[in-house]
Design a protein around this ligand. Structure first.
Ligand SMILES: *[C@@H]1O[C@H](CO)[C@@H](O)[C@H](O)[C@H]1NC(C)=O
Ligand SMILES: *[C@@H]1O[C@H](CO)[C@@H](O)[C@H](O)[C@H]1NC(C)=O
Ligand SMILES: *[C@@H]1O[C@H](CO)[C@@H](O)[C@H](O)[C@H]1NC(C)=O
Ligand SMILES: *[C@@H]1O[C@H](CO)[C@@H](O)[C@H](O)[C@H]1NC(C)=O
Ligand SMILES: *[C@@H]1O[C@H](CO)[C@@H](O)[C@H](O)[C@H]1NC(C)=O
Length: 624
């Protein structure tokens, strides 16, 4: 190990909280100048990999590597990494890559950046000012998790982030068994593991502004909100431990109780209803919260609570119907991000966490499984066809997991639709996992109003907008903002796993590339992480149905086509990427309008084929 890096590492382990802070601050100074990682990646491997960050499924490797390439030289010196060898990550990085990284890093600095604060300044000049209190509910994975355990095993990590910081990467590489033990929940209870190990969601704006040095998540939105007059008295981030199943948010952390009382307080002091801002899985969490708050014996807010407390709900890249990508993550610890990466990255991922380890970790974070696709064959298609099949497509998306014959056999595996894949997953995982998921979530469709009324009292249904209804809030305004036009995983080819060391039975057939199949994956439409059917169906069609939206809450859908700036690693002002969209100018502009009480000036804007697909979804409207 080079002495400079060792020094850095030691310093870092000694005072990680401080250096995290420092990195956050220095990143803030320069937050519009994007880290070079995406470009590095693009050049060598295609741009897909950065989704790792997003859903983070399988993304641990990506995070490790991203850290090496993060632009903050105070923390990571590429030259120092080049000197590393023994038991370090660097020996998996080819020398050429390091040189590329350095070059690209330089280009990045010179590349045009889009302005921080600009959207806010423009809005302010147009007379938009802070009005309603804003509450932000972040997405999965992007919230940092801190260790609060005080037993021997946890002491070195006290109040350090074992998720979402440099400490995490170090712990993963240097102290993997311990890191795994901390990060995984108890399999049977789904709560903290025994032995005093405790991770808790970081709190405040710091929990979600940056994920890791220089990689902004909410920071641009914060900059713009601040510019029109928001500060910690009228804006609040409601971070949660996304590893837990939703009911356990309340059971362990009283998250929903806290959120409810925070909203009530905000309404009381400002005398205005709140604007809720959720991203990705945060939309599901809020949807669940609305049911919890209304239900007797849970939040006890009664049927008018939402109407009385919530003005608008801005839902960014919501994945209300889950996402296909959730399945391979828990089935075999894989996702395109590892599959379509080249051999180098797969090698790296396997070196630190094997497929089976990744599957084990994801299963032991039941929150992640809330993103398994919902709505079954009605939404995602059957063996004949799927609503979003393209004309002339040879492999319908409806056969969600496929097995081709290899050497004349599929080893007895059959092709499966989304509905069939779920029992398959349970058959190939442990009993505790099945129990946890079936008791926490539900993946079907309710076809009648009676069924929906019954489901309003069943917590496992609260995550599924096809089995429950929107709150009875006629003046609630819902804004669905999401990106379109970025290829997104939709269906997979699998094969028997021949790896003797693996405890998995099947694995993605990454060796299969032919026609529309790319390394075992069929790509569909979406924002790069979540499919269009999931981002768009409820907004474009589902909530136009009386049984799903009986009070007639107003829904506006604004699609944002993915038009990335190729010089900008995070896609620039017009990106539609699942996470990077949080920095998109038009998105920021619309958020400010809604928060500033000018949401009525926003009109729906649909550019994708979602309406056509929605008509093919096999869910009938009673009123039709
Ligand atoms: C499953 O799909 C593959 C590829 O589309 C096809 O070759 C195979 O015959 C299908 N298997 C069955 C049992 O239909
Ligand atoms: C298929 O059979 C050939 C020849 O027997 C063998 O070399 C190859 O490894 C087999 N492929 C698989 C995926 O089993
Ligand atoms: C999966 O593989 C394990 C061993 O690796 C085996 O014990 C188990 O029976 C297999 N499960 C199924 C459903 O084939
Ligand atoms: C479908 O299969 C045909 C025949 O194998 C091939 O010519 C065509 O390119 C395929 N279509 C796509 C979209 O891959
Ligand atoms: C959130 O938006 C997504 C689309 O981005 C949509 O699928 C989902 O149904 C919306 N949910 C809510 C509650 O607005």
């Amino acid at each position: 190990m080079s002495s400079s890096l060792r020094r850095r590492a030691a310093g870092n382990s000694g005072q990680d909280a401080a250096s995290d802070d420092q990195s956050r601050t220095s990143a803030k100074d320069d937050s519009s100048s994007p880290a070079p990682k995406r470009t590095v990646q693009k050049k060598r491997f295609g741009s897909k990999r950065w989704n790792l960050f997003v859903l983070g499924l399988g993304g641990v490797l990506g995070i490790v590597l991203a850290g090496w390439f993060a632009q903050n030289n105070e923390m990571i010196d590429l030259a120092a990494i080049a000197d590393l060898n023994l038991e370090t990550i660097a020996d998996i990085l080819p020398a050429g890559l390091l040189q590329d990284a350095k070059d690209l890093q330089k280009h990045e600095r010179e590349a045009v950046n889009y302005d921080s604060f600009a959207v806010g300044l423009h809005a302010r000049s147009q007379g938009v000012q802070a009005s309603n209190p804003v509450i932000m509910v972040p997405g999965v994975i992007s919230t940092g998790l801190e260790s609060w355990g005080t037993e021997e095993i946890s002491r070195q990590y006290f109040r350090k982030r074992l998720w979402g910081s440099w400490t995490m990467m170090k712990a993963l590489v240097m102290d993997k068994p311990n890191w795994k033990q901390h990060i995984m929940l108890d399999k049977n209870t789904g709560l903290d593991p025994p032995g005093g190990i405790k991770l808790r969601a970081a709190q405040g704006f710091d929990a979600t502004d940056f994920f890791i040095t220089g990689y902004w998540i909410w920071n641009k939105i914060l900059e713009n909100l601040a510019t029109i007059g928001y500060d910690p008295t009228n804006a609040f981030t409601a971070a949660y431990d996304w590893r837990l199943s939703y009911m356990n948010y309340e059971k362990r952390d009283q998250y929903f109780t806290r959120l409810k009382s925070h909203i009530e307080l905000a309404v009381k002091v400002s005398d205005k209803k709140v604007v809720l801002l959720s991203h990705s899985m945060g939309s599901q969490v809020l949807y669940y919260f609305f049911h919890w708050v209304e239900a007797k014996g849970y939040g006890d807010g009664g049927p008018n609570w939402v109407e009385e407390h919530v003005d608008s709900w801005i839902n960014i890249s919501g994945c209300m119907l889950g996402t296909p990508k959730g399945m391979p993550a828990v089935l075999s610890g894989e996702m395109k991000d590892t599959a379509q990466l080249n051999a180098f990255a797969v090698y790296g991922a396997e070196k630190f966490l094997s497929r089976s380890e990744r599957a084990e970790i994801f299963r032991a974070m039941p929150g992640i499984s809330s993103m398994l696709p919902m709505g079954g064959e009605a939404v995602w298609g059957n063996h004949e066809s799927a609503p979003d099949d393209a004309p002339g497509q040879n492999n319908s998306f409806g056969s969600f997991i496929r097995f081709r014959e290899i050497n004349g056999t599929t080893h007895g595996y059959n092709n499966m639709t989304v509905t069939e894949a779920l029992p398959f997953l349970f058959k190939h995982s442990e009993e505790w996992y099945k129990d946890m998921i079936t008791s926490s979530y539900s993946h079907g469709v309710a076809h009648t109003k009676e069924e929906i009324d019954r489901n309003q009292d069943i917590p496992s249904k609260w995550v599924n907008p096809l089995e429950t209804r929107l709150p009875l809030a006629p003046s609630l305004k819902i804004y669905c903002f999401y990106g379109v036009g970025k290829p997104t995983e939709r269906a997979y080819f699998y094969r028997k796993d021949h790896d003797l060391l693996s405890s998995l039975n099947v694995t993605m057939d990454t060796g299969y590339t032919s026609g529309e199949v790319d390394h075992g994956i069929l790509m569909g439409e979406g924002d790069g992480t979540v499919n269009l059917l999931s981002t768009g169906y409820m907004c474009a069609k589902g909530w136009k149905m009386k049984r799903y939206n009986p009070a007639g809450a107003q829904i506006k859908t604004y699609e944002m086509p993915h038009e990335p700036d190729r010089f900008s690693p995070r896609g620039g002002p017009n990106t539609g990427d699942h996470v990077d969209i949080l920095g998109r100018s038009s998105l920021n502009d619309m958020i400010l309008k809604v928060a500033g009480g000018k949401g009525h000036t926003i009109d729906s804007h649909i550019v994708s084929n979602i309406l056509e697909y929605a008509d093919k979804v096999a869910i009938r409207d009673d009123d039709e």
